[in-house]
Design a protein around this ligand. Structure first.
Ligand SMILES: C[S@@+](CC[C@H](N)C(=O)[O-])C[C@H]1O[C@@H](n2cnc3c(N)ncnc32)[C@H](O)[C@@H]1O
Length: 494
């Protein structure tokens, strides 16, 4: 079977981690062997890597599987069940099995009980700072995992390092992240009270070697890589203060009948900033234009969909074409949104990057990365489909092409548009100078304008063949390869 293998680029996660550790004061050590699934830390050998452009399967964390975490808050937590296991929580349950969400003490206990029951985490919180709702914060971590897993050639589950800007008293994101993956974190804040609790919460969970809490000031950069002497990092996450003024914050608390300045609503230092979240995340966009691929993914949660629209406009105005948007919905409760962007070429899957359902928000979505190539009825002969794919793609002058028989998928990388007729004509003309040309091609063999995968899915309902855009910034190249392949496969449908 035609199959030319060449090294798939290492996305350098292991090296990054070492770099992140090195310049610190030694408080943040690499996650030790016991912290992560060793099976997930495969070296980047040609052919042995399972490029992870598909939604992740089920990888085991030290505690539970990814599948477990994905399903955790699919349904509202069952309060009676939680109360049976947790006497502290039982005290707040009303006769009807419900909780009084306007009571800050009850809300705080729910957060503590869910963190313990589902993640084995302990926390202490002050009653005058924000108490994070666990399902919402967990949704951000789930999305982030999907974003990172589907935009890498590495196996999911590797050791990554992230930055949580504005970690709050709970330090919730680093705690949730390290509970599920062998990640390490830099966690920053400007508020001395929150920082002191955050440090306490890290220690309570024995995570001082994986989470480093760092004090910042309002005038500092949001991303402190230079100040900490860290060359690069895998992701940045943040839940920014999203109110423009204290008045806006108080009237929102009023509408929800929540006591102001409590664990339910947060303090002004946590919730308010000049210009609100558009200005705050806009600052990160500006910093990212300087840092570029020193951070693989820049991400932020957003409290208003209109902010998402304004920020996507900013990304587009700065020619940032690789971005992702999503929404977090918990039951019928408050919606939140999230935005991520990258200067790198690795494209996340549609379910991570285009996670907003409402048609009116179609305008903020990035381009699709999946294209249907062929659909056949159930029980069609798959062998001839695979032979056609491997014959057609194997005959192209790609810089790499590997067909994985068992997985029914092929992975290819192209330096240029080698499937187009004009390219082939030019190639014939250039035969005379072939030697010189191949030397030039060898020199640039790692250049990749398009990385793609072809996925054959055989199911009870039929067989489908899909093209997945994995790597590169040129949508037109992906679409042109899709059109070429559709043409080459279409007679198989008839
Ligand atoms: C909405 S709270 C989020 C807290 C926590 N991450 C959560 O999701 O529950 C925003 C946090 O950002 C912090 N903050 C505000 N400006 C900051 C800055 N320039 N650098 C770092 N943190 C900042 C606030 O003190 C506050 O803790």
């Amino acid at each position: 079977m035609a199959s030319r293998k060449r090294k798939i680029p290492n996305d350098k996660s292991a090296r990054l981690e070492a770099e992140v550790q090195a310049p610190t004061d030694g408080t943040l050590q690499p996650a030790t062997a016991g912290n992560g699934p060793e099976s997930a830390l495969h070296p980047d050998k040609p052919g042995s890597v399972r490029p992870h452009y598909e939604s992740p399967g089920s990888i085991a964390s030290p505690y539970k599987t990814d599948q477990f975490y994905r399903n955790l808050y699919f349904k509202e937590p069952n309060f009676r069940e939680l109360a049976r296991k947790d006497a502290g929580f039982a005290r707040f349950i009303k006769q009807n099995g419900q909780l009084d969400f306007t009571d800050p003490a009850a809300v705080m206990q729910l957060t503590k009980s869910l963190l313990m029951a589902n993640f084995g985490l302990k926390i202490e919180l002050p009653d005058d700072r924000l108490c994070p709702p666990v399902p919402n914060r967990h949704n951000y971590i789930l999305w982030l995992k999907n974003l990172l897993d589907t935009s890498s050639y590495q196996q999911p589950g590797g050791k990554l390092c992230g930055l949580d800007v504005g970690t709050g008293a709970s330090c919730i994101y680093p705690l949730l992240g390290t509970a599920q993956r062998p990640w390490c974190f830099i966690a920053t804040d400007i508020d001395a009270r929150s920082l002191s609790y955050a440090r306490q919460n890290v220690s309570l969970n024995g995570l001082d070697n994986r989470i480093r809490v760092v004090q910042r000031s309002t005038t500092d950069h949001l991303i402190p890589l230079d100040d900490l002497g860290i060359p690069s990092i895998d992701f940045v996450m943040m839940n920014p203060p999203f109110y423009i003024s204290e008045n806006e914050m108080l009237s929102s608390a009023n509408k929800k009948s929540r006591p102001p300045h409590s664990a339910c609503t947060g303090a002004p230092v946590e919730m308010v900033c000049d210009g609100g979240e558009v200005a705050y995340v806009g600052r990160m966009v500006q910093e990212s234009l300087v840092m570029r691929d020193r951070v693989k993914w820049y991400t932020s949660m957003l409290g208003k969909v209109t902010s998402l629209e304004a920020l996507v406009e900013q990304l587009r105005a700065n020619n940032i074409d690789n971005y992702a948007v999503t929404e977090f919905v918990q039951g019928n409760k408050t919606k939140r949104w999230a935005l991520g962007w990258s200067f790198g070429p690795m494209r996340p899957d549609d379910d991570a990057a285009r996670g907003i359902k409402a048609a009116i928000w179609k305008k903020v979505l990035p381009p699709v990365v999946r294209m249907d190539l062929l659909a056949l009825p159930a029980f069609s002969e798959v062998g001839r489909v695979i032979k056609r794919i491997t014959d057609v793609v194997g005959s192209l002058e790609l810089s790499s092409w590997t067909w994985e028989t068992q997985a029914l998928k092929g992975v290819g990388r192209a330096r240029e548009n080698v499937w187009c007729r004009a390219w082939r004509r030019k190639k014939m003309r250039d035969m005379a100078v072939e030697e010189a040309q191949s030397a030039a091609i060898d020199a640039s063999e790692e250049d990749c304008r398009l990385g793609f995968a072809i996925l054959v899915d055989v199911g009870m309902a039929g067989t489908t063949v899909t093209l997945r855009w994995v790597e590169g910034h040129e949508q037109s190249l992906f679409e042109s390869l899709g059109g070429f392949l559709q043409g080459k496969l279409k007679d198989l449908a008839g």
